[in-house]
Design a protein around this ligand. Structure first.
Ligand SMILES: *[C@@H]1O[C@H](CO)[C@@H](O)[C@H](O)[C@H]1NC(C)=O
Ligand SMILES: *[C@@H]1O[C@H](CO)[C@@H](O)[C@H](O)[C@H]1NC(C)=O
Ligand SMILES: *[C@@H]1O[C@H](CO)[C@@H](O)[C@H](O)[C@H]1NC(C)=O
Ligand SMILES: *[C@@H]1O[C@H](CO)[C@@H](O)[C@H](O)[C@H]1NC(C)=O
Length: 356
């Protein structure tokens, strides 16, 4: 049977055509002729603007960049961030993640959970390599963009490696570009699972919203200000979940983060998070910052390690982050162990469907 995903494109072109054939056999010749005329008009007037969000279904045939055959040249290569953001944005908001090919299973897992909260349509996958760009756009046309330069697909993106640094250091640049285009942007790492709609927690109209990566338990009514630095003079804000409005304040924060990364790239040893914390520290008096609730956005160092706390805060969790663990297989196993590895049983809830 054909599998259709709520409010999104069919992940599978064959299911599309089987439905069309059956439908056509039920139609009278007159209706068919009308339809034909309609499609000719559509072809003449609409196809040149298939990148527009006004046209909900991308043209899957001749001129489309769909990579139905991998041997054919594809023009997803020329898909710009501006086109892609315009295509996916809803209510002026884009949800982005950045993914390299080895992380597609995590992307799919995260997407299932995003789809359950009905926010998948605004997801834009920033592909770190061409294999990811083509794979995602083949399954889900228009939802992936590559901002050059691309990484080598084969490079495993291990935390702490130089490759990982190159990968994460591009994050503030991509976010700044989306802000400059005028969109709100929600950034997520893909080793996450949504249990509730995180947008309900974006109270007020602050410039930037973020989460604390410290495991220390806070009272449920903790302050939403930037936390004070610890004994070592540092904060541990996570660079993993960030929501920004297209304000001067949010842009200044991203620019300062880029400056900090460039100034201290050696000291940060492949991690963009300390630079983000220094950027928050330096701009705290100019930028309207908002710390999200710990119960809703717990660090993995708390959620996966303190069962008592998880029980006490039951029903309050919005996004679970599978951090405070090293290694791809360990991460996957932990999601399995906690019932958060959704792709084995629920892949069809993802707009990407099953990845084989
Ligand atoms: C990191 O990026 C620099 C400059 O873009 C490049 O020369 C270098 O080869 C990259 N390193 C890795 C490990 O990807
Ligand atoms: C949180 O609640 C406690 C007791 O209910 C109160 O004493 C404290 O001042 C509150 N803290 C904040 C930041 O509102
Ligand atoms: C910034 O960091 C310095 C050094 O740790 C600290 O003294 C200062 O209070 C921080 N400022 C803010 C706004 O957190
Ligand atoms: C775990 O959570 C409970 C309940 O919040 C807390 O009392 C306890 O101190 C926490 N344990 C650790 C090791 O942080």
């Amino acid at each position: 049977m054909a599998q259709w995903n709520n409010g999104s494109f069919s992940p599978n072109p064959t299911s599309y055509s089987s439905i069309s054939n059956r439908t056509i056999s039920l139609l009278s010749r007159n209706v068919l002729l009308l339809l034909l005329a309609f499609f000719v008009l559509l072809g003449v007037f609409i196809i040149p603007w298939t990148g527009s969000p006004l046209f909900p279904f991308p043209n899957r045939s001749s001129s489309s960049p769909s990579s139905s055959s991998s041997s054919l040249p594809s023009n997803w290569h020329d898909y710009s961030l501006a086109q892609a953001a315009k295509f996916v944005a809803k209510d002026g908001t884009v949800i982005v993640c950045a993914v390299s090919y080895p992380f597609l299973p995590f992307l799919n897992n995260w997407l299932i959970s995003v789809s359950r909260q009905k926010h998948q349509d605004k997801v834009l996958v920033i592909a770190e390599d061409y294999a990811t760009l083509y794979k995602v756009n083949e399954k889900w046309p228009g939802h992936s963009v590559l901002i050059p330069p691309a990484l080598d697909s084969k490079t495993a993106q291990n935390f702490g490696s130089k490759g990982f640094f190159n990968f994460t250091s591009r994050r503030p640049q991509h976010l700044l570009q989306i802000l400059e285009l005028g969109y709100n942007v929600m950034y997520n790492d893909v080793d996450m699972v949504w249990l509730q709609d995180p947008f309900q927690y974006l109270e007020g109209s602050h410039d930037a919203y973020f989460t604390d990566d410290r495991t220390t338990i806070k009272p449920w009514n903790h302050s939403h200000d930037l936390p004070p630095p610890d004994r070592n003079g540092v904060t541990y804000i996570c660079s993993c979940t960030i929501f920004l409005r297209p304000t001067n304040g949010a842009k200044l924060l991203m620019k300062t983060w880029i400056d900090e990364l460039q100034a201290g790239s050696k000291a940060y040893e492949g991690n963009d998070q300390p630079a983000f914390n220094w950027a928050l520290n330096k701009t705290a008096h100019q930028v309207d910052l908002y710390l999200l609730s710990q119960a809703a956005f717990p660090t993995g160092g708390l959620y996966f390690k303190n069962e008592t706390w998880v029980k006490e805060t039951k029903g309050k969790h919005a996004i679970i982050h599978n951090n405070y663990i090293i290694g791809y297989d360990n991460k996957m196993k932990r999601f399995h162990d906690f019932g958060l590895w959704l792709v084995d049983d629920y892949a069809l809830e993802s707009p990407l469907g099953k990845l084989e």
